[in-house]
Design a protein around this ligand. Sequence first.
Ligand SMILES: C=C(O[C@@H]1C=C(C(=O)O)C=C[C@H]1O)C(=O)O
Length: 176
Amino acid sequence: APSQRPAAVAPEGPYARLRPLVDLAAQRLATADLVAAAKYGTGSPIDDPAREKQVLDDVARQARDLGADPEATVRIFRDQIEANKVVQRELHRRWDVDPSQAPGPGERPDLAEVRKEINRVNGELVRGIADSGSARSASSCRGLVTVAGVRARHERHLDLLHSVALGRALPSVCAG
Ligand SMILES: C=C(O[C@@H]1C=C(C(=O)O)C=C[C@H]1O)C(=O)O
C-alpha cells in the first residue's frame, strides 16, 4: 500500500540540507574569477572592507528576518569572503607572472554587475543556512560536508585552485 506521506514531503536528512549549501558556496566562488578580472589593472583592491561589511550586515539582517541565527550566518559568510579572495589573489598572481593570460581592458566585467550576482547567491545561501540548522549541528555534519564538497568539485569540474578555495569556504558550516 502507498505510504501515508508522499515522498515529495518526506523529511529531508542532513545530507539533503547540506548539499545545496555546499553547491551554493561553489556557485559563489565561481564569481571570484569575474571579480578578479573586474579589478585587475584598475587599482581596485582585492580586499574591500566596506563592501565586506555591507555583505555581512545584509546577510545578518536577512537571517534575522527569517528567524535564523545571524551569528552562524555571519561566521559562514566570513569564510565565503576569504575563499573568494583566495581565488582572486591567486589569479592576480598568475596574471602578474604571465600577462598573456590576463584579461585585457576590453574583457573587464562590470564589478557592480558581478556584485548583483553575488547578492543573489548570498540570498540563497542565507536561506540554505536558515534551513539547515539541525543538519549543521548533527555529528555527521563534517563528513557530509566533505562528501558534498567532493561531489560539487566533480559536478562543477573545479580545478585545483577552486577546490582548495571551496575547502576554505566550508569549515564554519558545521556548528561547534
Ligand atoms: C568579491 C569581492 O572581493 C572581496 C570579497 C568579497 C566577498 O566575497 O563578498 C567582498 C569584498 C572584497 O573584500 C568584491 O569586492 O565584491
